[in-house]
Design a protein around this ligand. Structure first.
Ligand code: NOJ
Length: 611
């Protein structure tokens, strides 16, 4: 009896799944009008992109030299991790002059040259804007620490609370910095604590001081005046913290009070004032355009917050506008090598569900803070499939340098480790915290040091697999991740791929279908995320999305490296055999009624003639 009941439950669940009952299978619509709406963005980590002067550190002239490469892979815009003057305690995210260039990266003249060259190539430039903190070597901090008139409250200062030490109070509360340990540091000079949500060399600016707010808006205007097209805004959630410095509640996720996971950050992250500041920066962008003309100046924001919070960064309930593009980190946060096709669908749809009407989705696959896609997803075989998700879902794509090649995390020893997030820990556990493995030099070729530098050293070691995973090798190979990436980018550029309806469907256990439909036909992306051959009926994906048209046989537009098919091969949608980890993008034209009637009549006539 029990087993019959079990069988009934399992069968019903399977039927529900098959009919799409457990998943929401619906067509969504995307209409894109602005320049960035379906653009591919590319993140450059300047230290590791291209070294032009042989010192082992990437620089602006190196980037300028390689702009044609960006053009060749089809991106429309690139964002640069910080290039400003910095003591490099957090590799540029600790800024000592928001308006100057870090000397090892070049000069302002080099910057201007890069901008001119990028514009000539039709590439837009996005800079990293780091508003939450400066370096402790910034002039503002030095003045604030000295209590220089006008600068006393540029940072968040606190006396602390009396404890056992007669010479120095205890920290004001239990807050922990994002890298580990107390978020408060004692200044012997000022005899007060200052707040640092990141490294102690990154003191938090005080956004409750109107002067700071205005200074930072001026920083935005300064770079807009230099011709940049927008900003990626760093560490947004931390801008404000509660004014009464209450303790944060304990999370029970870890017993280690030094760990950022130890607390629930309800008093230090994503406060309403923080969201409002993003709206104010949006006004700066929009005003600049109104006064100076040109294309939309873009705001892209970094918040690894809950989706319900991320939604607020787009707009408020009165449709006051904020970030054009709150980054979608869901593919990074929630997918891994254990994920099934259903997980892919859930993760994709949960993001789409929070994007407000009239806004554009975006897809971020990696960055300089996270493990590389190939390493995260269990191997090189997932590289093309993840690129197909990123590049065939509608909206904006954001690609971290090297992901188009399938670069992997490098293995770095404790001695080779430079990242402060890891250096603050110990040899026993640094691998859990280090971000260096995804920051190693870019692989341009198979000459020594991967063609990254003409010098004899690099600031971080080059990853061991550079001789096979590099631009030169992948450009000459008959099949490569780079070529798949380029094909996908070309497809995004075609006018058909612009405005249309789309939806996702799970076929069987292991295949995700992404369907995009326009008046002329349908695009179907099929991703077999299993290490086994799968036979599926892709027509089912179309009917389950309630698309009533019928489609002719399909043509392969893009095939993963793992596929035995070639571009232009044809196949029937009702029976597609997918190899392990095969990914395909297919195009089928809608069957024209007239042509179909003619075809049926001709078939009947021929049958009669020969019967
Ligand atoms: C986010 C950046 O991506 C990361 O690299 C940096 O350490 C923190 N923000 C602090 O600025």
């Amino acid at each position: 009896m029990a087993s019959a009941l079990n069988c009934w439950i399992i069968c019903s669940a399977m039927l529900l799944l098959q009919s799409g009952g457990l998943f929401s299978e619906k067509l969504r619509t995307l209409k894109v009008s602005d320049w960035w709406g379906k653009a591919g963005f590319y993140q450059i980590y300047p230290r590791s992109f291209k070294d032009s002067n042989g010192d082992g550190v990437g620089d602006l002239n190196g980037i300028t030299e390689k702009l044609p490469y960006l053009k060749s892979i089809g991106v429309k815009a690139f964002w640069l991790s910080p290039i400003y003057k910095s003591p490099m305690a957090d590799f540029g995210y600790d800024i000592s002059d928001f308006r100057d260039i870090q000397p090892e990266y070049g000069t302002m003249t080099d910057f201007d040259r890069m901008v001119t060259r990028a514009k000539a190539l039709g590439l837009k430039i996005i800079l990293d804007f780091v508003p939450n903190h400066s370096s402790d070597e910034h002039e503002w901090f030095l003045k604030s620490e000295n209590r220089t008139a006008g600068y006393e409250d540029y940072y968040v200062w606190h006396d602390g609370i009396p404890g056992n030490n007669p010479l120095q109070n205890d920290p004001p509360n239990n807050w922990v910095e994002n890298f580990r340990g107390s978020a408060w540091r004692w200044s012997a000079k000022r005899k007060q604590y200052y707040l640092h949500q990141f490294h102690y060399k990154q003191p938090d600016l005080n956004y409750r001081n109107e002067k700071v707010v205005n200074e930072m808006k001026d920083v935005l205007r300064f770079w807009l005046g230099k011709g940049v097209d927008g900003f990626r805004v760093d560490a947004v959630p931390w801008l404000f913290e509660v004014a009464d410095f209450r303790n944060e509640p304990v999370s029970n996720l870890t017993s280690n009070p030094l760990s950022p996971e130890y607390l629930v950050h309800i008093y230090t992250q994503d406060l309403p004032e923080t969201v409002d500041m993003v709206y104010q920066w949006r006004e700066v962008m929009d005003d600049y355009k109104t006064k100076n003309g040109g294309d939309t100046r873009l705001l892209m924001t970094e918040a690894w917050s809950n989706l319900s919070v991320v939604a607020n960064y787009f707009q408020d309930s009165n449709k006051k506008q904020g970030s054009h593009m709150p980054f979608n980190f869901q593919l990074i946060l929630r997918l891994n090598q254990m994920s099934k096709a259903a997980d892919f669908k859930t993760v994709i749809d949960s993001w789409l569900d929070i994007v407000p009407g009239g806004h554009t989705p975006n897809w971020v696959l990696g960055n300089h803070d996270r493990r590389r896609v190939a390493s995260r997803m269990g191997g090189e075989h997932m590289v093309d499939l993840m690129a197909m998700v990123e590049l065939t879902m509608p909206g904006v794509s954001v690609t971290y340098q090297g992901e188009e090649l399938g670069m992997t995390d490098a293995n770095l020893s404790w001695e080779q480790t430079k990242d402060p997030a890891a250096c603050q820990t110990s040899e026993a556990e640094y691998t859990k915290y280090t971000r260096d493995p995804s920051r190693t030099p870019f692989h341009w070729g198979n000459s020594s040091l991967a063609g990254f530098t003409n010098g004899t050293k690099t600031w971080l070691p080059v990853a061991a697999n550079y001789q096979t995973v590099n631009v030169q090798a992948e450009q000459t190979a008959s099949k490569s991740h780079l070529k798949v990436f380029q094909e996908l980018m070309k497809l995004r550029d075609s006018s058909d791929f612009y405005e249309n309806q789309y939806g996702t469907v799970v076929l069987g256990t292991n295949v995700l279908a992404i369907v995009r439909v326009d008046c002329k036909g349908v695009y179907v992306t099929l991703l077999n995320i299993a290490n086994a051959t799968e036979t599926i009926n892709a027509e089912e994906a179309i009917t389950r999305l309630n698309i009533t048209k019928t489609y002719e046989k399909s043509r392969v537009l893009v095939a993963s490296v793992s596929s035995k098919r070639s571009i232009g091969d044809t196949l029937q949608l009702h029976e597609v055999v997918l190899q392990p980890y095969e990914g395909l993008v297919l195009r089928s034209g809608a069957t024209l009624l007239f042509a179909r009637v003619l075809y049926i009549l001709a078939t009947i006539t021929i049958q009669r003639l020969f019967s």
